[in-house]
Design a protein around this ligand. Structure first.
Ligand code: HEC
Ligand code: HEC
Length: 332
């Protein structure tokens, strides 16, 4: 492969105003060729054992890179265990990927679905062999990573390329962002919803939402028990507890971002709620009491119009340009 020129060009990230500057791992800088390779891998079913499922089978661009099923299905219709998380602004999460935080980095996360028997059901040896023998991937890997030998194509580089592509998945052009930039006006309902969400009004009830769903990412990146189930008894899915075995972590899950939330139904780690109305009603009632339930989840006293206004505000987090960005779409 040595005859194909290797001249990596830095990928120019458009970092949004108001976001902290992204720190990219020193051993995996974003390059145009690396992001392009990652995009091809993300959309290619070649990674799954029977070549039927790609990352994009469960992470759909039209839905903010989440799934429309409560529980995603892998190869041969196998039912997984959790709801697919919307992939947005992950470069700013740095660590604690998955609902239970078990993957330390995007590079480590990317290794998991391929060998997960309920997702892509493949082995890395098989994936490496397929990519090494492929008609076009060796060239793409050479351009991205400057390899000398086809044998150098391995899982580590696949994971790096996927992580580069994911770091380019930035969503920050919602109506709410344009409102912050002084370029859009919120409707009366959206503004009331905003005040409830951020606890900013003296007269309206406080939603307490922004303690955990902090702007601009709309997540604090922390793990909470937000009252979905009483955790005095062991849960079907213990969340963070499955990683730490600490009883205090029972039923705690990673706080998901609310960007594009109007499009990422169904909701929660098990997709138990079909609509935002159900989500808001759950919070309004204060959830189910447990010793480790966050004190910020408590009966809120929202009236019917407070709830619809809160939902109107959540709709201002939809970033249509993200759903249509050509460079994030299927390259095949
Ligand atoms: C069969 C469906 C399915 C496939 C295929 C799939 N995912 Fe996922 N993805 C999920 C589910 C479900 C979760 C949540 C799982 C969990 O938390 O245990 C998830 C979580 C993630 C996360 C964590 C996001 C966060 O905020 O912590 C990332 C990143 C991700 N997937 C990327 C990928 C990539 C890259 C691929 C392809 C290599 C892929 N996924 C393939 C269903 C899928
Ligand atoms: C104590 C922290 C906390 C507070 C307060 C909180 N949330 Fe959450 N939120 C979470 C966590 C954690 C999850 C994921 C729980 C799970 O799936 O088990 C979540 C999930 C959600 C989801 C589903 C997201 C998805 O992708 O499935 C929505 C929508 C949501 N919250 C909206 C709100 C709104 C609106 C408020 C205010 C009324 C609020 N949250 C208050 C922590 C919080």
């Amino acid at each position: 492969m040595g005859h194909i020129p290797y001249a990596p060009k830095a990928f120019e990230l458009k970092e949004p105003n108001g976001f902290v500057k992204m720190a990219v791992p020193a051993d995996n800088p974003l390059t145009v060729a690396g992001v392009n390779l990652g995009r091809h891998l993300f959309y290619d079913p070649i990674l799954s054992r029977d070549s039927t499922r790609s990352c994009s089978s469960c992470h759909l661009q039209d839905h903010g890179f989440s799934d429309t099923l409560s529980i995603s299905t892998g190869i041969e219709g196998r039912l997984g265990k959790r709801n697919a998380i919307a992939l947005t602004n992950l470069a700013y999460h740095y660590t604690n990927f998955f609902w239970d935080g078990r993957a330390e980095s995007l590079e480590m996360q990317a290794l998991v679905p391929i060998e997960d028997s309920l997702e892509m059901g493949n082995t890395w040896e098989e994936v490496e062999a397929r990519l090494q023998q492929h008609a076009t991937y060796p060239v793409l890997f050479r351009q991205a990573f400057g390899l000398e030998h086809i044998d150098d194509i391995d899982r580590g580089l696949v994971a790096k390329a996927l992580a580069q592509f994911e770091r380019s998945m930035i969503s920050a052009d919602a109506k709410f962002d344009r409102y912050l930039a002084g370029e859009a006006k919120l409707s009366e309902a959206e503004e009331r919803g905003r005040l409830i969400f951020f606890d900013e009004s003296e007269v309206l009830p406080t939603g307490e939402c922004s303690h955990c769903h902090i702007a601009p990412l709309f997540t604090s990146l922390e793990f909470f028990n937000n009252g979905l189930d009483n955790t005095d008894r062991p849960l079907k899915d213990g969340g963070k507890w499955t990683v730490t075995a600490n009883p205090f972590d029972m039923g705690k899950f990673k706080t998901p971002s609310l960007r594009n939330i109007a499009l990422t139904a169904p909701y929660m780690h098990d997709g138990r709620f079909a609509t935002l109305e159900e989500v808001i009603e759950q919070y309004n009632q204060g959830g189910h009491y447990s010793k480790n339930e966050s004190p910020n989840v408590r009966p809120l006293g929202l009236q019917a119009h407070d709830k619809t206004d809160l939902i109107a505000f959540l709709h201002t987090l939809t970033d249509t340009s993200y759903l249509h960005r050509a460079d994030l779409s299927n390259p095949f």
